[in-house]
Design a protein around this ligand. Structure first.
Ligand code: DON
Length: 304
């Protein structure tokens, strides 16, 4: 038996109070005021035992972590034909870069960079009657938690400053890889990114990716094969131009967001979420990465 609580306590004591904490993202103004001293970690094991340290019950903006959840919904709605509109290769570029999109004729490298997530958002706007309402309901069902919600101030803040996302959506439209109106798709995308969760809710929501597609309440949301695909994408593309570093240091599929959250998992063993709002130079939570590196080292558990 692994002493997860003891190991989380050690991680929290050694890493939670480090002085070098990175920088809070300010390009979405509403995120700029978050207290950089926050640090939380929450782990759910395969038997659904839960372990926590630090600010694990405080909500934060999950941002790009939501791209895995929109991909989950899109894959369950349209299946494999999704891959004709978005590729599955790592980009090696920052999340908001656009140069490859033009070189590759409007087919985004993968669904976890912004351009790819905007295509996925377009699929949801096409397939659902009211994408914002139905997507939120889907998340609440996976998490078994009706309190999860969008943060409307964050969505509005990003809409006002999301110039690169408008550029991406317009470029996609020029290549006929966006079926709906640019404003409508981005309105959904900004709301999706503004979802708020705490570490416990995030680990519980992502439990399905370590549990062969069955959520924490044992309801099936994805096939085993679809889970394989999404976990592969998290491993190879979940940290953009730092995906190699995350695999090297941590050795788990995972996803980060500029709100400072990271979620990662080991199939059939555990799902873990961290939150520390200071980001490193590549836009991933600095202490979150350090904490997860220590977790996989201390437990001796990783996919490798
Ligand atoms: O589109 C954006 O720029 C943000 N809503 C999400 C970016 C993000 O979280 C990148 N991840 N580390």
């Amino acid at each position: 038996m692994i002493d997860f609580q003891g190991i989380l306590h050690k991680v929290y004591s050694e890493i939670g109070n480090r002085q070098e904490r990175g920088k809070v993202a300010t390009y979405i103004p509403e995120l700029g005021d978050i207290d950089i001293n926050k640090f939380g970690i929450h782990l759910v094991d395969s038997a659904k035992n839960e372990y926590s340290e630090g600010h694990s019950q405080e909500k934060f903006s999950i941002q790009s972590i939501s791209k895995v959840l929109s991909l989950t919904r899109a894959l369950s709605l349209v299946g494999e034909k999704l891959w004709s509109r978005v590729d599955v290769e790592p980009s090696g570029d920052p999340f908001n870069h656009l140069s490859l999109l033009e070189q590759e004729n409007g087919i985004p490298r993968n669904p976890l960079i912004n351009a790819g997530a905007i295509v996925v958002a377009d699929v949801l706007v096409s397939e659902l009657k009211n994408a914002k309402v139905e997507f939120l309901d889907f998340i609440r069902r996976i998490a078994n938690d009706p309190s999860i919600d969008y943060n409307l101030a964050v969505a509005k803040s990003e809409k006002n400053t999301g110039f690169r996302n408008f550029a991406a959506a317009n470029l996609l439209k020029s290549y006929s890889n966006l079926k709906n109106n640019v404003d409508e798709v981005l309105d959904f995308y900004f709301h999706q990114c503004s979802l708020e969760m705490n570490c416990a809710q995030l680990a519980e929501t992502f439990f399905l990716f370590s549990n062969r597609g069955h959520c924490i309440q044992d309801q099936k949301f994805l096939s085993v094969n679809q889970v394989k695909r999404i976990n592969a994408l998290m491993l190879t593309c979940g940290f953009y131009d730092e995906a190699g570093e995350f695999a090297f240091e941590v050795g788990l599929p995972g996803k980060s967001g500029v709100g400072g959250g990271i979620v990662a998992l080991l199939p059939n063993k555990f799902t873990v979420a961290t939150w520390s709002p200071g980001l490193n130079k590549k836009g991933n939570s600095k202490l979150g990465m350090e904490a997860l590196e220590m977790l996989t080292t201390e437990t001796g558990l990783s996919i490798f």
